[in-house]
Ligand binder design. Structure first.
Ligand SMILES: CC(C)(COP(=O)(O)OP(=O)(O)OC[C@H]1O[C@@H](n2cnc3c(N)ncnc32)[C@H](O)[C@@H]1OP(=O)(O)O)[C@@H](O)C(=O)NCCC(=O)NCCSC(=O)c1cc(O)c2ccccc2c1O
Length: 264
């Protein structure tokens, strides 16, 4: 039996017919470590098994960030938990897809790196007008390929997805909406009301019809799961290289990384 009151990094709360799963590391802009991912998986399992829950809301604590990806202060190469890269990121990404209930990303600030991938994976995304979206992998010696690249390209188109990954710019919520990454943008003060309105609507819909619709959308892009697993195994090897470590070290030292020695 999972007891969410013992979670340290994640808050779990059922509001009406929705489970709210909140990454609670606001000082680190809701960056995740291995424990965070374990608790996110546990929280989603709770939501999946709760017959009173019709939908799940994934969000971050505070008003600065939804999630900024892997905690750069918590790893040097691999992370410290289980899984291919030391955190079971593939299990959490899979559960967002596999839970037979709609998952809404409530993007309240930065959705960067692995956090942007979480939002990409959610069924629906609703963003505060203050939110920012972007990828940083090539700046920090990482790449969350598969869901982060190929599924992103399904949402925004191939050229735009390459731009996001290659140039690592930040995009406003409105720009993200215009490119198909976000379903709805609302003033930050109205974010919770807008999320509540959606979860109330979802609570009135046929759960079986929602589950079937979700599964059918997933079936059409499920080949990407294989790409993700292949990429994760490649990233494991990449994380142990001087090139990847230069990216992490540069972020932690607040300087521009120097990748020139690694050009092939
Ligand atoms: C998000 C930012 C753009 C915000 O920039 P800003 O200048 O506004 O603020 P600061 O940079 O000063 O940040 C404030 C504060 O938060 C800390 N912080 C932010 N993000 C992280 C983080 N990810 N890890 C640790 N700490 C973080 C920052 O240090 C500041 O703390 P102070 O104590 O100094 O106040 C900007 O912060 C930013 O670009 N962050 C970088 C985010 C990043 O590098 N993310 C990791 C990308 S890689 C990734 O997510 C990833 C994860 C995986 O699990 C993978 C698995 C498999 C394959 C690939 C993976 C992968 O790529």
């Amino acid at each position: 039996m999972i007891d969410p009151t013992v979670f340290e990094d994640v808050l779990y709360e059922v509001r009406g017919r929705a489970a709210w799963v909140t990454i609670n590391r606001p000082k680190l802009y809701n960056a995740f470590r291995a424990q965070t991912i374990e608790e996110l998986i546990a929280a989603f399992k709770l939501a999946a098994d709760d017959r009173g829950v019709s939908s799940v809301v994934l969000t971050g604590a505070g008003d600065k960030a939804f999630c900024t990806g892997g905690d750069q202060s918590a790893h040097e190469g691999q992370y410290d938990g289980r899984g291919i890269v030391g955190l079971p990121i593939d299990e959490f990404q899979s559960i967002i897809r596999d839970i037979p209930k709609p998952v809404i990303a409530r993007v309240n600030g930065f959705a960067i790196g692995g956090g942007n991938v979480f939002a990409t994976l959610c069924d629906l995304t609703i963003a505060a007008d203050t939110a920012k979206f972007g990828q940083v992998g090539p700046k920090v010696g990482s790449v969350d390929a598969g869901w982060g690249t190929a599924l992103l390209a399904r949402h925004v188109g191939d050229k735009r997805a390459r731009e996001i990954w290659f140039l690592n710019e930040q995009y406003t919520a409105q720009q993200a909406y215009e490119m198909g990454l976000v379903n709805k943008v609302v003033p930050a003060a109205e974010l919770d009301a807008a999320v509540d309105a959606w979860t109330e609507t979802l609570g009135q819909r046929s759960p079986t019809a929602l589950a079937l619709a979700k599964r059918s959308f997933n079936a059409d892009s499920d080949n990407i799961r294989g790409i993700s697993m292949l990429a994760l195994n490649a990233v494991k090897l990449f994380y142990d290289t001087a090139e990847s470590k230069e990216g992490v070290t540069a972020f932690n030292e607040r300087r521009t990384p120097d990748f020139h020695a690694f050009v092939k």
